[in-house]
Design a binder for this molecule. Sequence first.
Ligand code: SF4
Length: 65
Amino acid sequence: MHLGKLCKYAGECTVYQDENKEIEKPIFLVRNVFCNRGKKGWYNCQRFLAYEEGKDVPDSMKPQG
Ligand code: SF4
């Protein structure tokens, strides 16, 4: 586990917590592509960008937007 590469919003994020029903892929794939990948993954995630901008992040929002 590379903790330095884990998104700082993982604890509150419905995607990472596997509580987002819009996510169809196996959750580990989504985590590997976005959450556990450092900046490369985070900055491709629309949820991350919304958190960073202080916007409302709906529970159902996907990394792809
Ligand atoms: S990268 Fe995106 S999907 Fe993953 S924990 Fe961060 S905000 Fe959630």
